[in-house]
Design a protein around this ligand. Structure first.
Ligand SMILES: NC(=O)c1ccc[n+]([C@@H]2O[C@H](COP(=O)([O-])OP(=O)(O)OC[C@H]3O[C@@H](n4cnc5c(N)ncnc54)[C@H](OP(=O)(O)O)[C@@H]3O)[C@@H](O)[C@H]2O)c1
Length: 488
């Protein structure tokens, strides 16, 4: 049945809206993946008329999916003609009435409509915005006429209690079925491929357990500092910003068991099950660090405490490494070593599965012992998958050599890879919730880190310093050594 789609972006003047959400919508439009008819409406406090708003959006649109470059300007204009803007205060329901008027005007008479409210605002505004939307009568579903969905960006709370409070408050406005909690890492192609890699191949599953795997490393590192986000970052820190969400989601997809089917509820059931099996992190399992000023790549880089907007006595960690233990039959005794940091010497996100050593080494007399096999899932940069294998080095003596089977996405899939937001927004439009965080999943993820966050903060534990552009604090090396390994 033909329907109208209205996408309402609250906080439309911000970075996320202008640099990610609208460009993703335009990319979907270029690929004819947006249902017709559709319209978008931005809402924010910044006073601007619709032409200024469209000009601002235009600066960030690209025609990646348009083969004929000459078509691009006309397509942009057609898309922008469907974009509107309302200036208003987030907590004034009267201002949302003006939004409602524009929506009603755009939505064609006689068609049922799906409205998607995308919260692209700082989290302290989630509740006031929800209540104002409700007061303005915008959140009520009308059978066969109007369906509403809300998209919420992380961070979802600061700990288990505040996250539960947020969930409860939002549930008074949007039901769980209407709520889409986004973790944009789940929209990344390589992360989505984890399900295919693990469950569409026969060879991995028999090995995917404590018998064959020695440990798993999940790494997220950046060689930049907080880059203008100091205010937000200092209030949250790396554990809340990256570990509790992106890294735990990667861990869940790596460690979960096969779902009954791709039904979103079955997928999320398995993720919840594995997250609930993760033992809460203790102070013995974690190392926290903070970068200090240093020269990196020929440039003097500021330390975290010298960044604009960071209090000089801040103990917010910019680095954390932790050993997570999953208490279930598949993984008992196998550490999942996860680390995330800013101001490091590399930029990469990857999952590295390190297999056990080959038993009864028969090569000892003629060669160095074989290295353990490693399967590396590279999320960024250079998305891909590699598997290290031992081979005989060509030549007369028997000598072992480690080589990689390497699948680089850029080589194998030359077509344009969709941005995570394109994939996730399309799922919201289609009502597919597999890649969104369910309330019980969010609670289970907070349970892993809430106790240690509380201890770190109540005991004012000072992070260990590490120079900008280094590998991170020294104690992280010691943490890995406790598990007889080193960070790769
Ligand atoms: N940027 C990203 O890539 C990214 C990634 C993951 C998650 N997120 C999350 O997505 C949300 C939006 O991100 P963003 O980077 O676009 O944020 P942002 O630029 O800081 O904020 C978005 C808009 O909210 C309004 N706003 C900001 N601070 C406010 C304040 N103190 N009081 C009232 N209004 C305020 C501003 O609009 P007006 O002044 O015009 O009202 C701003 O344009 C945040 O929750 C963020 O944590 C962002």
């Amino acid at each position: 049945m033909k329907q109208h789609l209205s996408i309402i972006i609250i906080g439309a003047s911000g970075d996320l809206a202008t640099k990610k959400i609208f460009p993703a919508l335009f990319a979907l439009y270029c690929r004819k993946l947006l249902p017709e008819p559709f319209s978008c409406c931005g809402f924010a406090r910044t006073a601007m008329d619709v032409d200024t708003f469209r000009e601002m959006l235009k600066r960030h649109l690209t025609c990646r999916y348009v083969p004929d470059e000459e078509e691009c300007p006309a397509l942009m204009d057609k898309f922008l003609a469907r974009c509107f803007y309302v200036t208003g205060q987030y907590d004034l329901h009267e201002d949302y009435k003006r939004l409602a008027d524009i929506l009603d005007k755009n939505e064609k008479d006689g068609l049922s409509v799906t409205r998607i409210f995308y919260y692209s605002i700082p989290p302290f505004l989630f509740i006031p915005v929800s209540h104002s939307l409700k007061q303005a009568g915008l959140t009520t579903d009308i059978a066969d006429k109007r369906l509403n969905r809300a998209v919420i960006e992380k961070p979802f709370g600061r700990n288990r209690a505040s996250s539960d409070r947020l969930t409860r408050e939002l549930a008074t406005v949007f039901s769980e079925a209407q709520t889409y909690r986004i973790d944009h890492y789940l929209g990344k192609e390589v992360i989505q491929n984890l399900m295919a890699l693990r469950f569409a191949n026969l060879v991995l599953e028999p090995l995917w357990n404590r018998v064959n795997i020695a440990h798993v490393q999940i790494t997220w590192m950046e060689d930049i500092g907080v880059e203008g986000r100091a205010g937000y970052f200092d209030a949250y820190g790396i554990i809340r910003d990256v570990m509790q969400n992106h890294l735990l989601q990667m861990l869940a997809l790596t460690a979960m068991s096969e779902p009954l089917s791709l039904n979103p509820e079955y997928v999320r059931d398995e993720k919840v099950k594995v997250l609930r099996s993760v033992a809460p992190v203790t102070l013995n399992d974690i190392v926290v660090g903070q970068y200090t000023g240093a020269e990196y790549k020929g440039e003097k880089r500021r330390g975290y405490l010298e960044e604009d907007g960071v209090p000089p006595d801040s103990i917010t960690p910019t680095y954390a490494a932790a050993a997570l233990k999953i208490r279930n039959r598949r993984w008992d005794g196998i550490p999942f070593l996860i680390r995330a940091g800013k101001g490091l010497n590399d930029r990469k996100t990857e999952i590295r599965v390190v297999f056990r050593d080959v038993p009864a080494n028969i090569f000892g007399a003629v060669s160095t012992p074989p290295d353990a096999n490693e399967l590396v899932i590279r999320v960024q940069p250079d998305a891909g998958i590699s598997l290290s294998l031992m081979n005989k080095k060509p030549g007369l003596p028997m000598s072992l050599h480690k080589t990689d089977l390497n699948l680089s996405y850029a080589d194998v899939f030359p077509e344009e890879i969709p941005d995570a937001y394109e994939s996730l927004i399309l799922d919201v439009i289609n009502g597919d919730k597999s890649l969104f965080i369910r309330a019980d999943e969010l609670a289970a993820a907070w349970d892993v880190f809430t106790p240690v966050l509380s201890e770190l903060e109540s005991c004012t534990i000072r992070p260990q310093e590490y120079p900008f552009g280094s590998e991170g604090p020294r104690s992280a090396v010691a943490l890995a050594a406790l598990y007889n390994t080193h960070w790769r």
